[in-house]
Design a protein around this ligand. Sequence first.
Ligand SMILES: NC(=O)c1ccc[n+]([C@@H]2O[C@H](COP(=O)([O-])OP(=O)(O)OC[C@H]3O[C@@H](n4cnc5c(N)ncnc54)[C@H](OP(=O)(O)O)[C@@H]3O)[C@@H](O)[C@H]2O)c1
Length: 332
Amino acid sequence: MSDFSSVRVHRSKNGQVSCVLENVAESTLGDRGVLIDVYYSGLNFKDALSSAANPGVSRNFPHTPGIDAAGIVRDDPSGTFKAGQRVLVSGYDFGMNTPGGLTQVCRAPVEWVCECPESLSLADAMIYGTPGLTVAQGLDKIKRLQRAEIDGETFVITGASGAVGNLAIILASYSGCKVIALSGKAQLYPRLRELGASECMPSSEWLEPQKKALLKPSWRLGFDTLGGDALVNLLKATDHEGAIVSCGLALSADLTANVYPFILRGVSLLGVDSAEQPLSYKHRLWQQLAEVPLTQKVKDAMVREISLAQVPDYLSAMLKGQGQGRVLVKTR
Ligand SMILES: NC(=O)c1ccc[n+]([C@@H]2O[C@H](COP(=O)([O-])OP(=O)(O)OC[C@H]3O[C@@H](n4cnc5c(N)ncnc54)[C@H](OP(=O)(O)O)[C@@H]3O)[C@@H](O)[C@H]2O)c1
């Protein structure tokens, strides 16, 4: 057994929190679960919260964050996976109070481990990661509700410059929707258009409370990462029998809405929790994602690849709201 590099969060007795890259002995992983050589991970907002010892996410320290990992099995005591198999781990308690994927080696309970679709590289799997699974699940819910294909529909996305926002643009436009990207970063509009947005608009006017009970119908479908007044305004501007997916709280966890969008326009509000879905469903979503080509042009517009050593600085920037696109972590 040898040492490996791992991002670790420490909390001192006086409550000081530090997030650093350090060498860890393999024996600390114990002997339970699938032993995986991790090749790629990605940064999520939950990892940033974990790196700051947010008690709603992580309570046991020292701790390795990372809710996403892609790697190759070295050993599986359960016999489910063979050495050399390519696998993915995302969500459940991985990277929360169970050591996660921002590391070179991890162990994960076998019931959290999913075979990586053959046509998907480990790097592309982690470009999608939890944000991709989240958007794929949201689109799946919308399609089931609408009982129809959604091509040609107008689809609004908030927090469009973030990881979930970028992937929502890619996947909604791949489904044939006309995407309206709402973003506070006008300088990134050309990139959002490269990803597939038909229209980019400043998010500012959508973040403030609006007195009107309903707003002019401006889209039928949407994906909200912000919560608070942004979600309320999105609902108010949704056309008849439309649907908005709520997945995040980058602006606020509060929701003080009126019922008019629901009772006068038949609008639906759909929730998404990517972490706790059954593994068989996640496997289906990974297979759907594997069918969507990630061209070099799209990767250039969305992905920044970093090393494990750069992770602490990037997580701290994410906490300050400076997250942008998808950060892919190459662990070795
Ligand atoms: N439900 C689930 O399963 C699930 C899964 C993954 C993520 N999430 C949640 O989804 C949200 C987005 O995740 P992410 O990975 O895309 O995060 P991210 O990369 O940090 O992006 C968040 C984006 O939201 C906008 N934003 C952030 N703070 C804001 C503020 N105070 N006011 C207005 N806009 C703000 C910014 O976009 P613009 O500047 O372009 O407006 C930012 O780029 C998070 O809340 C995350 O926890 C949920």
